[in-house]
Design a protein around this ligand. Structure first.
Ligand code: UDX
Length: 465
């Protein structure tokens, strides 16, 4: 019997609903994973909100024919999250309205020739699993953050780590010794963002009902964490969910994140192509971070002070505290380009890039690791401090800024960290380490690699259902 890359050919009959949390950093990995599943013969319907359908720029020409989109209302079709007064209102409405609409959607498919076999969901919308189980479907949780972060949340949720933390460090088997500043923000300060704390804790409220737990990471990247966590809660690492063009070339033209919630400015690539190899600092803080006017100024002056070329992504600039004067100063320096949104993978893989100044969102961190780019970490909140800890001390592919004045990272600190990565012996070692992680990422997703095997195991489990 013919097999599709290690999977039984009967998978071609299987139909999976893929349900991400509706934000850029959660849509990207699930869309990339959907493409991976397509290569294994599984049909995927990615379900997101009506609001996202109105705002997204989708490059559908590069998507496989076995991957389609469908949309349901979360009750906020006009403005999404921004339409709700606050995160608690948004989440509770989304649960009530979203779960009813999801039930209707499943019924629609089940009455068609294309019934659903499994629902893969982001545990931030944990209630999706309860809907799947109501229909007797397989439910697979897909964690879009690193295993270490999930592990520490699991510990807190199960009362194995009591909050607030009373010591200066935390020791958990499988994790490096963590300073309080290295833990996810909802752990080191649960009272500061109570609704977000609840959001991340709820991920584990029904996890025991999940048939499979998938994590966007790869075994060698987090071997100790995966081994330790799996003793309590078995997980399958299936990442990195980076387009295959940059890794195993499974689909040669699979080059993009495909779905952007911001308007792309591709002119940056032409600009990069005029710059010498390894000479440009790429600066991006993902889709959500919003710095103060003062912090934006310090970043700009740190970059200008380095004397190096830099490409800085500031999405929806008007709302992002960057003054016209600052943009002008950058332009006058003759060194910097500020853009709205770029094809990040294409940029990170461009030879001109020498370093990535990042907030250490998990996708950006993984993408930099996969493309062998060393980092300067300026983590802000949620999982980012812990990602930065691993970047600096475990994977040794970057450094984290340390010097703050009145809660602001100074221009001198930014400049000095950039110089360390770009010009020092330490930076050279980071670059070598980054290349090593790139090789290991390629190995994980290539035929017979740990992630490829885990994906096959998951796909084959669909058959046994
Ligand atoms: C959020 C959280 O902040 C992050 O900590 C969590 O791990 C995931 O959800 P976000 O802040 O947007 O995500 O950061 P990140 O995880 O890095 O995701 C950003 C994505 O947007 C990346 O896949 C990146 O490639 C993409 N991107 C970013 C672009 O395609 N173009 C850009 O110009 C900037």
């Amino acid at each position: 019997k013919r097999t599709v890359r290690g999977c039984s050919s009967s998978n071609s009959n299987k139909h999976v609903l893929m349900i991400p949390y509706p934000s850029q950093g959660h849509l990207n990995p699930m869309l990339q994973f959907s493409k991976r599943l397509s290569t294994k013969g599984v049909k995927v319907t990615m379900v997101t909100t009506i609001f996202i359908s109105k705002t997204m720029h989708l490059k559908s020409s590069s998507l496989p024919s076995t991957l389609q989109f469908d949309f349901i209302s979360d009750g906020y079709d006009q403005g999404g999250f921004a339409q709700a007064n606050n995160i608690s209102t948004y989440l509770s409405h989304m649960e009530t309205i979203g779960s009813n609409n999801l039930k209707e959607l499943i019924k629609k498919y089940n009455f068609s020739n294309d019934p659903i076999d499994c629902v893969i969901y982001d545990p931030l919308i944990y209630w999706v699993l309860d809907v799947a189980k109501e229909f007797g479907l397989l439910g697979a949780a897909f964690f879009t953050q690193m295993s270490g972060v999930n592990y520490i949340y699991y510990y807190v949720h199960h009362g194995l780590l009591k909050l607030p933390i009373s010591s200066m460090t935390i020791s958990i088997q499988g994790l490096p010794l963590l300073d309080i500043k290295d833990t996810p923000s909802f752990v080191n300060d649960p009272g500061f963002y109570p609704a977000y704390y609840e959001l991340v804790m709820n991920q584990f409220s029904n996890i025991h009902k999940a048939d499979v737990i998938l994590v966007n990471s790869f075994y060698k990247l987090e071997d100790k964490v995966v081994d330790s966590m799996s003793k309590l809660c078995p997980i399958l690492t299936i990442g990195p969910t980076v387009p295959s063009f940059y890794l195993d070339k499974e689909i040669p033209n699979d080059k993009d994140n495909d779905l952007n919630l911001f308007q792309l400015d591709s002119s940056a690539i032409n600009w990069l192509n005029t710059k010498p190899e390894g000479s440009v600092i790429y600066v991006s803080f993902g889709s959500m971070v919003c710095f103060s006017i003062e912090q934006m100024k310090e970043i700009a002056l740190g970059l200008i002070g380095s004397g190096l070329n830099f490409l800085w992504v500031v999405p929806n600039m008007e709302g992002k505290n960057i003054s016209k004067e600052l943009v002008e100063e950058i332009s006058l320096s003759g060194k910097g380009l500020v853009v709205n949104w770029i094809p990040q993978l294409e940029v990170l893989s461009n030879k001109a890039i020498g370093c990535f100044v990042t907030h250490c969102g998990w996708n950006s961190t993984l993408e930099a690791l996969c493309l062998g780019v060393p980092m300067v970490a300026i983590p802000q909140w949620t999982d980012q401090p812990m990602n930065a800890k691993f970047v600096e001390d475990v994977w040794k592919v970057g450094i984290r800024v340390l010097v703050y004045e009145n809660g602001i990272v100074t221009r001198e600190e930014i400049e000095s960290c950039i110089r360390e990565v770009m010009e020092s012996e330490h930076g050279r070692e980071m670059r070598i380490n980054a290349k090593k992680w790139r090789e290991l990422a390629i190995e994980a997703v290539s035929l017979g690699g740990s992630s490829d095997n885990n994906i096959n195991e998951f796909v084959n489990s669909l058959n046994r259902s």
